[in-house]
Design a binder for this molecule. Structure first.
Ligand code: URA
Length: 210
């Protein structure tokens, strides 16, 4: 991917996103729409995956047919909200390997601290797609991407549902080599770090917590 930020303006995505933003939307519908949008975004973020060919026999004749080249993709969920994007993406890419990165913010230093990290082997040979619905300050996303680089990942992409300009800028400074695909670039962050207009706390909305 060449662009640092891609906003996927497909009408189906925009329509579904509007329903997700609405605070009257139920947990069940929110979750279902997140699943659907994750597949549409996954379609976009995998658009340039390299292909090779394989020799097959159709009922009519042999042919050299396209298939994905290289190792299986790695999908990395940034906990916990990333899990809401994972299921739908796995339906589309069922053989992908899956990893998880868990970070919390130290209240004193405000630095992200890792509490869980488990990723597939041979990260340097995989296309790695890190997923987190909300790119807000970008601090935890940038830290998670750094952990993936420390584990050897070289070709990393970042998929989110909503991005704030502050988060995009933070990621651009920290990881200019990591393209971002999102459904919308919102206006700003508020004083509590929520995306405006946003959709609230994505984790709470998808899991029904408060
Ligand atoms: N995380 C969320 O879930 N929502 C925001 O608006 C910002 C960060």
């Amino acid at each position: 991917m060449t662009q640092h930020l891609t906003v996927v303006e497909h009408p189906l995505i925009q329509h579904k996103l509007t329903i997700m933003r609405d605070q009257a939307t139920s947990t069940a519908v929110f979750r279902q729409l997140l699943r659907e949008i994750s597949q549409l975004l996954a379609y976009e973020i995998t658009r340039d995956l390299p292909l090779t060919t394989t020799r097959i026999d159709t009922p009519i004749q042999p042919m050299d047919a396209p298939k994905l080249a290289g190792r299986k993709l790695a999908l990395i969920s940034i906990l916990r909200a990333g899990n809401g994007l994972l299921d739908g993406m796995l339906e589309l890419i069922p053989s992908a390997r899956v990893g998880f990165v868990g970070l919390y913010r130290d209240e004193e230093t405000l630095e992200p601290v890792e509490y869980y990290f488990k990723v597939p082997d041979l990260m340097s040979e995989r296309v790695v797609i890190a997923v987190d619905p909300m790119l807000a300050t970008g601090n935890s996303s940038a830290a998670a991407i750094q952990k993936l680089k420390d584990a050897g990942a070289k070709d990393i992409r970042f998929l989110c549902l909503l991005a704030a300009p502050e988060g995009v800028e933070r990621m651009k400074q920290a990881h200019p080599d990591v393209p971002i695909v999102t459904a919308a670039l919102d206006e700003r962050l508020n004083e509590k770090g929520y995306i405006v207009p946003g959709l609230g706390d994505a984790g709470d909305r998808m899991f029904g917590t408060k």
